[in-house]
Design a protein around this ligand. Sequence first.
Ligand SMILES: [Fe+2]
Ligand SMILES: [Fe+2]
Length: 193
Amino acid sequence: MHSPLDLLELYVFKGNLAYDGEGISQIEHAWQCGQLALQAGATPELQLASWLHDVGHLMTDLHGTPTLRGIDDQHENVGAQTLLALWGPAVAEPVRLHVHAKRYLVATHPGYVQTLSPDSVRSLALQGGPMGEQECAEFRANAFALAAQQLRSWDDNGKRVGWFAPDVQQAHSELQALMQRVSARLGSGLALL
Ligand SMILES: [Fe+2]
Ligand SMILES: [Fe+2]
């Protein structure tokens, strides 16, 4: 069982890992997605989901770019499982669905696939490829389908080289403050450093 502090420490100790060879680090990608969610007026829960949507990559301990070795690390499920226990479905479900959202958008929006990064295209095949009609209908019926698509758009746009907090400690502080805010809203009273 991970605590919020455990997740924060993952970013402190592993946040400098490359994000799938995109020219940015995991903490830069997380911060950028959080910023895009904030700018879009997302709820604190969806902002936190945006920050933490790829935390599963840091939890699985697979080095380098797993998709190049034909491995799907299932990071969306790994991350969502922990987030569900900590902050419930408003944080966990958009995370669990952010890969589904890509498969949905590829199936329903011609041209979307051309906007994806090389690693996102490579992982698409490993993750099941574009959704079929039945899968699309099931996805649309999910209460968090819209939130997942919003998160997906911030994910796709949160890969800019050179856009980051003034220093990495500030990024960690922002993440910690958001964790505390969401915990307080949920009344979970989780203690953080
Ligand atoms: Fe992801
Ligand atoms: Fe991502």
